[in-house]
Unconditional design. Structure first.
Length: 108
């Protein structure tokens, strides 16, 4: 996962690449323009709910905001797949991952 600075830079990068203004994104995300501007300026904390609102407004997955394209491709692929699952499937995936981690630790 990227630092706070990287995340806000990525938000700005995605917004500009889509030709959107801060007002456009704020309105689509259901927040005030000043609040969104403060997120980009790192004056407001970006929590999970706001991240999801912004991802939806920008028409990207939250993982696209959190990871730099071309880096951490494996993690990004897993996060992208995870974002598409329903809650029951997400829990099953988490259980499988925990089982794999435990098995790996046992071998080490």
């Amino acid at each position: 996962m990227k630092s706070k600075n990287d995340v806000t830079n990525r938000l700005r990068e995605i917004r500009k690449a889509k030709g959107l203004t801060q007002r456009d994104v704020a309105e689509k995300a259901g927040m005030s323009v000043s609040y969104y501007t403060e997120i980009e300026l790192q004056k407001k904390q970006l929590n999970q709910r706001r991240l999801e609102d912004l991802a939806k407004a920008l028409e990207v997955s939250s993982s696209e905001i959190l990871f730099i394209p071309g880096h951490d491709e494996g993690r990004m692929a897993v996060m992208s797949a995870y974002d598409q699952l329903d809650e029951q499937s997400r829990q099953a995936l988490l259980n499988m991952a925990q089982t794999l981690v435990a098995a790996t630790r046992t071998k080490a």
